[in-house]
Design a protein around this ligand. Structure first.
Ligand code: SAM
Length: 228
């Protein structure tokens, strides 16, 4: 499932979880192929030729969700904004299967799914092609020596900045104070302008599994908005 180029980059998160339900295996076998944009994997596009993301959605503007987990936020955004297209990236197969189930249930058609690392997608996105980006509850990597694995590092944020349109919004939600600290430090270094940060969610926010887990465990969500 993962298409990480072994000589180029490592992915430290989980790719497989508990055994998939029969229905989830069905979603992966039947639905993923038609939702998966071609030319993102290294096998399909070794020269990293840019793709045209708007062509995926008949010319609509394109949003990006990094690490959609179970897909609840991504599907809610797609359902509430049928005039845009949203591409989600997630290497965790169980998450992809959950998302596919939700796509069927919500009958949304303005979605595309890259079942892998967001860096591989960003490689092949043209400059200034993404109109909004979401990073919800990214992997916290709590140990100091693992902080460089966090998404909010130059390896990820510089390519993200390049692919976003000038003025486009980049949203980050996390319950980990040190992650927010690093986000506020690294975002501007990568060229993003801070618009807002605080404990109140965006008006059109849709909570996620990881946010619900944080709330159950007594941790406080924090929301950061940048502009490209
Ligand atoms: C803590 S989970 C949060 C999932 C979901 N956003 C939520 O709020 O419930 C973080 C997710 O980010 C994914 N992830 C980590 N690095 C990624 C990358 N480079 N590209 C895409 N997804 C990534 C992980 O596989 C994991 O599922």
């Amino acid at each position: 499932m993962s298409d990480l180029h072994p000589e180029r980059r490592n992915f430290y998160g989980r790719i497989h979880g508990k055994t998939l339900r029969q229905s989830q295996k069905g979603y992966l076998a039947e639905d993923l192929d038609s939702l998966r944009p071609r030319g993102i994997t290294w096998d399909e596009n070794p020269d990293r030729t840019p793709l045209d993301p708007t062509a995926l959605f008949g010319g609509k503007e394109v949003w990006l969700e990094v690490g959609f987990g179970g897909g609840e936020h991504m599907v809610a955004m797609a359902a509430a904004n049928r005039d845009i297209g949203i591409i989600g990236c997630e290497p965790y197969v169980n998450g992809v299967a959950m998302l596919l189930g939700k796509i069927r249930a919500a009958e949304v058609t303005n979605v595309a799914v890259h079942p892998g690392d967001a860096r591989d997608l960003m490689d092949v996105l043209p400059d200034a092609s993404i109109a909004k980006a979401f990073l919800n509850y990214p992997d916290p990597w709590p140990k100091a020596r693992h902080h460089r694995r966090r998404f909010v590092t130059p390896d990820h944020l510089i390519p993200l900045h390049r692919v976003m349109k000038p003025g486009a919004e980049f949203r980050v939600a996390s319950d980990i104070p040190d992650y927010i600290r690093q986000t506020l430090e690294e975002g501007p270094k990568a060229g993003f302008t801070l618009v807002h940060e605080g404990p109140d969610a965006w008006d059109n926010w849709h909570s996620t599994r990881y946010e619900q887990k944080a709330l159950r465990e007594g941790r406080a969500p924090h929301y950061v908005t940048f502009r490209r």
